[in-house]
Every structure is written in C-alpha cells, then in structure tokens.
Design a protein around this ligand. Structure first.
Ligand SMILES: [Fe+2]
Length: 470
C-alpha cells in the first residue's frame, strides 16, 4: 500500500494522485501479477511535474512543476524501479534556499518581489515534459528551454546542452528521430520573432542545419511531424494576442478566426521552401506520426475542436469533450495541392504514440490514452487504432483506475510493427495503489500480461519513453 495521499482543497493538480511526492527511491523484487516477458529489455521512463516549493497553491499550474523521472528497468523477466528529480538550475536554487524562487506562469504579474538571484535564469528550465533518446543520449525536455541530459540507468542530471553553441532557439519536448537515418529533427517556438525555428541534428549528435520558419503571429506549437522527406509545421490557432489580453481577455487562447495551416518543408529546407496548406481550424497538441505516400504527405494526430491551455481543462463551464482530441488524418497532395482530412476514431484520446522504430515512415498502428469524459488530464484506458482495418481496440483499467501515456516497447528482435508491449503506470484511486502494467500490443483487449505492484505512489505525469537495452 502506498503512503497516504496529500490533498489540496484549492488546486486539482495538487490533489489526489496529481499531488507530488518528496522522495527519491529505489526498489527491486517488487510484487508482480502475471509474468514480465523475457523479451522485454530496456528502460521504461515516465516524466512529469513534481513541484517542491510552490509560490501559490491557488495559482499553481501543472506545467510549472519540477521534473521528476520514474524509471523501471526490465531485464530477463525482472524489473527494478528508481525515481529521481531532474536537478535543473532552478530546482537547485530552490533546494538551496529551502523555499520558492520562481513564481510560476500564472503568477507572473503578482506584485511579490522576485527572488531570482542576479545572474540566474529568469525562468525555470523545468525539464518536466517528455524525453528524446538520440545518439545514445537521453534528454529530458521542456519546450521553452534547452534539453537536459540525464544518465541511464542512474538518472543523474548531467546538465543542459546547446549543441556546442549551435542551438539558438527553444527546443520542443517532441523532437522526431528517424531511426532509418539516425537524424533528429527539432523545432522551437517563441513569442518573439522568429516565432518558429527548426534544426536537424545528425546521427553523431551534431547540429548541422537551422532555419527560421515564418508564421504571421505567435502560436502555441507543442508538437510537429516529420516524414522521410519533409518536416511539417502546425500553424494552428492557439494564438498569443497582446491586444486581446489588454482588452481583458486571455493572452493565449483558441482563435478560430486565425485559421489553421500545415507547412511542408524538405528536411534540409529553408524558410522560402515551406509550402503552406490551409486545413480546417482545430487544435492539435500531439501528433502520432507522418509519412510520405506517393504524391501525398500523410499526417495522423489527435485533434480537438478547441483547447484550454491556461486553465488546462479545469475552468468552470468548459465543454471538456471539445478540448479532448480524437484521432484524425490529413492527406496533403503535393502535386495537386489538395488536402483531404477526416476523423479516424470516435474515441477521445491523446498521448498518441507509434512504434518509434517506424517513426517518420508509414505506420499502421497508433496507440493512445483514452480520456475520461468528465475529468481533465485523466485517462481511463489505452487504445490501439488500426489504419488498415479502420478499427479500434481498447483496454480500460477499471473503475477509479487511471493511467498515463502508454509507450510502445518492441520485443527484442521483433520486426513486425506491433510486436511489442504497451507500458504505463496506472493508479487505483480507491486503494491509493500505483501499478505498472505491461500489455501485449498484439492483444490489447486482453489486458496486462504483467502488473507490477509499485511499492511507492507514482503521481500522474506527462510523457513516457522507452530506451531499449544496449
Ligand atoms: Fe507533449
């Protein structure tokens, strides 16, 4: 049984299993129901916000929490667990002071004097959002910031990198690695020009290409997509609008009138090479995958009607299902210039993933977390969408049980796209018990082949990752 859960009456994201934990711990010989597969070998990683020193519980935003990594190493049918904070500069400053230094995104205008020491970064690199694994290097990512290198298996923070001074822009939490070429493509968005920048890092880890990508107005651009030939930019209408803010509205908000466009640029293209294609206005937080197919570029993503980024879905009166994505596909014909788009599934989902071995190339299957219809940031199950059969398969965790992002871990030596496992943390809110569940991706509806009973509570978090054994 996990320890008693801290509760906050004033903030959903500090309550129940969203509440942070203070400890860094290790565990092995954990209780397992079923059998951990022998052909599962590597590190399952999950990162998320785990705040230590909070300026204001009321104004705390879930994007503000210090990054904490929970990792399970699988080898020969056994599992061991470790969790560690990402020791960012801001985290260490607050540890040294024993109190908050940074106020957080919703308290920027609070008149309380700043505690940021001279020479320290003006904002926190939280390293709390997602992972990239490239050139045998694990990065913990935070989209306004530089990537933070973390060791495996120890989860020690080795510091940030600017790729020998060549990284000149923010680094998305969702870079794309093309495992066929070994290249990593990355973009960053900014609220000052250039609003979008893009870089390619080669298989040796060297940043070899950078270009600005011009869009008319700053937008919240959390993810992008990459095919074998092209990189795709989503100029979708969650805009930053100072005039709207001056008039008393939100600075960042969904603005349907802005329209939506997908920019298609060759992998080593420049700003002048980008071709923009108008699509229906909507919101994409996460893409699943993209690929080239004949004259077409195909993009699959979770798409919602609207979004509530600042409220993170907690504002009163929100139509929650309208902010929850559904799988969607765009086909852009580069010869005719025509775009066709359609929904792929009725299920409300996000945290879309594919088998990363096939990323940037044609995939048949998308995996995603299935949303709870009434509570924000809450996943009731996992889904597998089959683009060939146009069908979905699901597994629901059960009453009062909620999961997170399920990552795909290929079986050792596998060649089939779906030969592998979906791994995620699940929390039973009735018993306050966390579990790690392992599901055969070729038989999702059968439920877990193994469930690890976690000796410690694992709070809900953001993204997961898989690093295969060397
Ligand atoms: Fe994300």
């Amino acid at each position: 049984m996990a320890e008693a859960t801290r509760t906050s009456s004033v903030n959903f994201f500090l309550d129940g299993n969203f509440a942070p934990i203070p400890e860094e711990r290790d565990a092995s010989n954990m209780t397992v129901t079923g059998k951990i597969p022998d052909d599962l070998s590597g590190h399952f990683l999950r990162i998320g916000p785990n705040p230590v020193h909070i300026f204001s519980e009321e104004a705390y935003h879930t994007f503000d929490g210090d990054g904490m990594i929970h990792a399970i190493e699988f080898s020969h049918g056994s599992a061991s667990y470790r969790n560690r904070f990402v020791q960012t500069e801001g985290f260490k400053l607050e540890q040294a002071r024993g109190d908050w230094v940074y106020k957080g995104m919703k308290s920027m205008m609070d008149p309380t004097p700043s505690r940021i020491p001279e020479g320290a970064p003006s904002s926190k690199n939280l390293a709390n959002t997602a992972f990239a694994y490239h050139n045998k290097t694990l990065y913990a990512l935070h989209e306004p910031s530089q990537p933070t290198i973390v060791s495996l298996p120890g989860l020690e923070t080795l510091g940030t990198t600017d790729f020998k001074g060549k990284l000149t822009h923010p680094f998305t939490a969702h870079p794309k690695v093309d495992q066929q070429t070994g290249e990593m493509m990355v973009f960053g968005y900014s609220f000052a020009p250039p609003f979008v920048s893009y870089s390619v890092i080669n298989s040796d880890g060297e940043l070899v290409h950078t270009t600005p990508v011009t869009i008319p107005k700053p937008v919240f651009m959390h993810d992008f997509a990459v095919t074998g030939k092209y990189s795709l930019f989503l100029d979708f209408p969650i805009t930053l609008d100072i005039e709207r803010a001056m008039a008393g509205g939100p600075a960042i908000d969904f603005d349907e009138a802005h329209g939506a466009r997908i920019g298609v640029m060759p992998r080593y293209g420049t700003d002048a090479d980008v071709r923009w294609f108008d699509v229906k206005a909507g919101v994409v937080v996460h893409t699943a995958n993209a690929w080239d197919e004949g004259d077409e570029v195909v993009l699959q993503a979770s798409r919602s009607k609207t979004a509530d980024i600042i409220g993170a879905g907690t504002n009163a009166g929100d139509a929650l299902p309208d902010t929850q994505g559904q799988l969607y596909e765009w086909r852009i014909n580069l010869v005719s210039g025509e775009v066709s788009e359609r929904g792929l599934s009725e299920l409300h989902c996000d945290f879309t993933r594919v088998n990363d071995t096939f990323a940037c190339h044609k995939t048949r299957f998308v995996y995603g977390g299935v949303f709870n219809p009434t509570r924000p940031f809450t996943f009731d199950g996992v889904m597998k969408h089959d683009s060939e059969l146009d069908s979905d398969e699901t597994y629901y965790y059960g009453p009062n049980r909620h999961g997170g992002e399920a990552v795909f871990a290929p079986r050792v030596g596998a060649t089939e796209e779906d030969a592998g496992y979906l791994i995620t943390f699940v929390h039973d809110e009735a018993t306050d018990q966390s579990e790690c569940v392992i599901i055969d991706a070729q038989n999702v509806s059968a439920g877990p082949v193994a469930t690890i009973v976690m000796p410690f509570r694992v709070p809900y978090g953001f993204h997961a990752g898989w690093v295969p054994a060397a």
